[in-house]
Design a protein around this ligand. Sequence first.
Ligand code: AP5
Length: 220
Amino acid sequence: MNIVLLGPPGAGKGTQAKRIEKALGLVQLSTGDMLRAAVAAGSEVGKKAKAVMEAGKLVSDDILIAMISDRIGEADCKNGFILDGFPRTVAQAEALDKMLGARGLKLDHVIEMQVDDAALVERISGRYSCKDCGAVYHDKTKPTKVAGKCDSCGSANMVRRPDDKADTVAARLKAYHDQTAPIIPYYRAKGALKVVDGMADMDVVTAAIAKVLGKPIAAI
Ligand code: AP5
């Protein structure tokens, strides 16, 4: 099963992708995580992406399309994947259709998570994550059970993203509305789009996604 999770920054794509990954044995392909790894590694892609990401803008389509095209060809994607953060422009959506078609694959579900801008700012400003295993938390809505210690792996290495600062979040929301929202009609026209209320409690969102997928997904 191949899934796209669509939604603005902070909509909960990563949170839900991790739950789907665990429940259904699919691979989460987060282009944000892939780019952050490239920045940390100091690769050529990372050098190009760093300033763009820190400004809250979108990294160029050619970099992202090549990155995903390579990644979906890897062995662990054979059972299916969850695209989290890709596609983000109409050009990326069209390229995705082509690369899937060339491999005899297709998208089974495109799920849009709708969240108000005001709630997104609140979510992003309270977010932190485990540097070691990537588990995502929130100061108010999902704190770690023991302060400063990851529930999943026990690490005390908690980090906040540099692009989660208030002024960068505003730029990210603008990029979403200007460049990413136009892919919603693209998928609606294909009859592929399902919408879930991303404003709901995390477990309620998970249940709504499970209903779309027709598979049970546990909260983690
Ligand atoms: P990326 O890492 O993809 O960031 P994003 O899309 O801005 O999304 P986020 O990771 O901020 O949010 P999310 O929806 O995953 O929410 P989460 O589950 O963490 O991209 C970063 C940058 O990389 C981009 O700005 C761009 O520069 C570049 N980039 C990436 N992909 C690209 C592409 N394809 N093309 C070009 N450039 C690209 O949840 C957020 C918080 O809310 C958490 O604290 C969570 O605990 C909490 N939360 C989650 N769900 C709920 C809920 N239902 N109720 C209350 N709180 C909740």
